[in-house]
Design a protein around this ligand. Structure first.
Ligand code: NAP
Length: 473
């Protein structure tokens, strides 16, 4: 068997491990193993690539691995769970930059050899550079918005779509010149650098008009783009495993983008071009829907305990506030106590609760909440009218009934968890703070809702100690 056949065989094994790992990541019970299997695939791919390909400098690779590994380790330890979305944005950006640099290096190599690139090579170099460039600056901009370093409000100006259209046309024209010319001489060089510059600008101008509310969709789309850029880079250096891995990231990113759009009841086109996220994130100042009626009725921890002790059927709806207060462990404790008290307990999971896809699943898994207790929105909603108590823990937008009732609400059409249909709703939050969308929530003022004010963790601890006092006494 020739070395090349062996390499490709190893790459096929790595690709199969990636696919298996990805499939296992789709279920909480198998996710850890899926991660390990994908990592094994990556290890095989790296070892085979290092041992078989033309390596320019092992020393520089070691330096890169040590520095990159140290930064990765520090990030994994220091970054808070609530900051993961911006971290993902940053990582996508660097993925795009890496692919761009591969394309750029190949252009430099061809130039140094005094030759020109074929139509195919020229095309994949341009694709790696342009997709990588858009992903890089777009992700940096998204990082700035999500981390609060830049305003989450959309930045719009008249003729914006015309400018974006002109940039895309410029990019296509410069790319075509580079490909036709084979990257030779001054014309090829100018076309390459124009491509590079426009892709950087386009990344910013595309993300600019998208508001904070639509950022989850943008992040998954940028993730998909970083995969496509890697795929193009794989073609540039004829590396099969990079092509496959890039395609997997690209397609899974597209699937996630579609899921996120559905969860927010938005079309991708409206996310990208209408600046609606603006409506969501600045809704309070522009369009906040119909006027909210009714009073906020506070409830104490003692009284909440009394309500919960009598309940036979409880649904817990976690949201961003649970992540902020890190209440997941005490939530699990409460769920166990309710079960010991004879109640059926389930967790209602909204796909965009929190600040990243799967945010609630990750937190509840960390607290060892049994996977079977997590119920998705579509399955739990029909059971809400039969629920004795819904405990809403730091969730707001994802339980806002205006999304299904009030056509004037900026979040109208977004599917929600119908917590308001439970017999009694206990909402845990610190005060009158609005949700991510900035709009008020009628749920908090419904006759069957009681507000348990305070940090979610502290409030839950108070209720849990009541249960403990009963079981000890
Ligand atoms: P939310 O609408 O952001 O509301 C969170 C609520 O938690 C706030 O009303 C806040 O009220 C309360 N809170 C904050 N800290 C708290 C604490 N320590 N203890 C108790 N309560 C606390 O959350 P959500 O219902 O989960 O909705 C998620 C929103 O984020 C959606 O609009 C979604 O589109 C958007 N989004 C989602 C993602 C994603 O991928 N999941 C990414 C980006 C954006 P107080 O201030 O009064 O306490």
């Amino acid at each position: 068997m020739s070395t090349e056949t062996l390499i490709n065989f190893a790459y096929i094994v790595a690709s199969i491990l990636f696919i298996l790992g990805l499939k296992m990541l789709g279920r909480q019970a198998t996710a850890r193993r899926g991660n390990m299997i994908s990592s094994l695939g990556m290890l095989i791919a790296v070892i085979v690539t290092l041992s078989a390909q033309e390596i320019v400098s092992f020393q520089w690779i070691v330096v890169g691995v040590v520095i990159g590994g140290a930064i990765g380790l520090a990030c994994a330890r220091l970054i808070k769970m609530t900051s993961i979305p911006e971290m993902v944005a940053l990582l996508n950006g660097f993925g795009g930059l890496a692919s761009l640099l591969v394309g750029w290096a190949e252009y430099g190599k061809i130039l140094a050899a005094g030759s020109t690139s074929s139509i195919f090579t020229g095309t994949v170099i341009v694709l790696a550079v342009l997709i990588g460039g858009v992903t890089f600056t777009g992700s940096l901009y998204a990082f700035g918005k999500l981390s609060g370093k830049l305003s989450g409000k959309p930045v719009m100006f008249s003729g914006q779509q015309f400018v974006n259209g002109a940039l895309v046309l410029g990019l296509i024209a410069a790319g075509a010149v580079y490909v036709i010319n084979g990257g030779a001489g001054e014309i090829g060089g100018n076309a390459f650098y124009v491509c590079l510059a426009i892709s950087f600008i386009l990344g910013v101008t595309l993300v600019m008009p998208i508001g904070g509310g639509d950022m989850p969709v943008v992040i998954s789309m940028l993730n998909s783009l970083s995969g496509l850029a890697a795929c193009a880079a794989g073609f540039v250096i004829t590396n099969n495993v990079l092509i496959v891995a890039g395609c997997l990231v690209g397609t899974s990113g597209v699937i996630l983008t579609i899921i996120m759009c559905k969860a927010m009841n938005r079309s991708l086109a409206s996310v990208l071009f209408s600046g609606f996220g603006s409506d969501v994130s600045v809704a309070a100042s522009s369009n906040s829907g119909s006027e909210i009626q009714g009073e906020l009725k506070p409830i104490s921890a003692d009284d909440s305990f009394a309500v919960l002790e009598a309940a036979r059927n409880v649904v817990i709806v976690p949201g961003y506030g649970m992540a902020v207060s890190q209440a997941q462990h005490v939530v699990r404790e409460l769920a166990e106590m309710l079960e010991n008290n004879g109640a059926e307990v389930r967790f209602a999971i909204h796909p965009v609760a929190g600040r990243m896809p799967g945010h609630m699943n990750v937190l509840l898994a960390e607290a060892n909440v049994p996977y079977e207790q997590l119920v998705e929105m579509d399955s739990i909603n029909p059971q809400m009218p039969m629920t004795d108590v819904a405990i809403v823990i730091g969730a707001n937008d994802v339980v806002n009934p205006a999304a299904s009732r009030d056509k004037s609400s900026p979040i109208y059409g977004m599917p929600i968890i119908n917590a308001h249909e439970a017999n009694t709703v206990i909402c845990l939050k610190r005060g009158k703070g609005a949700g991510f969308s900035g709009i008020e929530n009628q749920l908090f003022r419904l006759p069957n809702t009681r507000m348990l004010y305070g940090d979610a963790k502290a409030s839950l601890q108070a209720v849990v100690s009541e249960f403990k006092a009963i079981s000890d006494g």
